[in-house]
Write a protein of this length. Structure first.
Length: 340
């Protein structure tokens, strides 16, 4: 049924002005009556924390929950912001102090010094936030979605991870060959050699502005590319607003950095218990990429593949994501049995 609804919505655009207007009205009604839309709009920011990264870029972070609870740090992905974690934060604050931050150039964080959006800088941002979150100890868990998880890999490549965190989680991500590995569109065999440059220019590296209004066509494209078949209109609309709010030059610079990255070797340095999670229907970072990451981690705890889920696991399956993160964070805080 979800696929049929998408087809009908797209087809309505071909009916002319009247059909398009009717489709637009139906979409707006579906968004307005979706409980997810109201819940995401009601999300309240946490206590502000300003973090200065190694190159002087100022990052906006927020703290949620009790100050005396173990700390979990959440890192959102490309074109997202702190509110992306709304459902997960609301669940985790029952047991943990949660720190989330906006990536450089995203949300309320400052633009990168010297316009540097390299993965090396994103990794340095992770270290700066972890230091600020728990100055004299380690966070219980650092978890990243998409570019946030890539940032964790870059951090591991540059710093002593065990000195700052007890465990990690890599959600819906890949660490190299993103364009070649993506399943957004099928590319004919004769055009394979063009896939990477075309992908760089037209998708990850595009500076084209995103229209500041919603439409059935926008929803169809975003839903097809980023979500699984059960995503609701409110979830898709929320992500559309996040994309629209991300400055086009930041989106393009970070996108090209992801297109060029080869971070798989960094996994050997991620020497703390690490969870990997993927979406069964993820077109941007397919399950095969998660399987490759899992196979190279020194201390893989589990590879979880969420059924009927796209690239937006924390939005589409927040209960499952929160439960997995909680389980890992609790286990990381338990005394380890002495080796015999």
């Amino acid at each position: 049924m979800p696929h049929r609804r998408r087809t009908l919505a797209l087809g309505a655009l071909a009916l002319g002005g009247g059909g398009a207007a009717a489709a637009q009205a139906r979409l707006l009604r579906r968004i307005a009556t979706d409980p997810a839309d109201a819940a995401l709009r009601a999300f309240q920011p946490g206590r502000p924390l300003t973090v200065t990264s190694a190159d002087g870029t100022e990052l906006h972070a927020e703290i949620f929950g009790r100050e005396d609870a173990p700390t979990i740090v959440l890192i959102h992905g490309w074109t997202e912001a702190i509110a992306y974690w709304a459902f997960v934060i609301d669940d985790l604050v029952r047991d943990f102090r949660v720190v989330a931050y906006d990536l450089r150039g995203h949300g309320r964080s400052g633009r990168a010094t010297d316009a540097d959006y390299s993965l090396e800088r994103f990794g340095q941002d992770v270290e700066a936030v972890l230091r600020a979150a728990v100055p004299d100890g380690r966070v219980r868990l650092v978890a990243g979605h998409s570019l946030g998880a890539m940032s964790i890999a870059s951090w591991a490549d540059q710093f002593d991870v065990a000195a700052r965190a007890e465990s990690a989680a890599l959600l819906n991500t890949g660490l190299g060959g993103l364009i070649a590995g993506a399943a957004v569109v099928a590319v004919p065999a004769f055009a394979k050699r063009l896939q990477d440059p075309l992908g760089r220019r037209l998708f990850l590296g595009s500076r084209s502005p995103i229209p500041p209004f919603t439409s059935p066509l926008h929803h169809f494209v975003i839903s097809y590319v980023a979500f699984g078949p059960t995503a609701t209109p409110g979830l898709v609309e929320f992500y559309r607003r996040l994309i629209t709010a991300c400055p086009p030059d930041v989106r393009a610079a970070a996108g090209l950095a992801m297109a060029d990255m080869e971070l798989d070797p960094a996994l050997a340095k991620l020497t703390i218990p690490t969870l990997v999670m993927a979406g069964e229907r993820d077109r941007l970072t397919p399950v095969a990429q998660a399987e490759r990451i899992a196979s190279e981690l020194p201390q893989l705890t589990e590879l979880i593949v969420l059924p009927n889920t796209g690239h937006m696991g924390p939005l589409e399956r927040p209960a499952e994501v929160s439960a997995a993160l909680r389980e890992l964070a609790v286990a990381a805080g338990e005394p380890q049995a002495a080796a015999v």
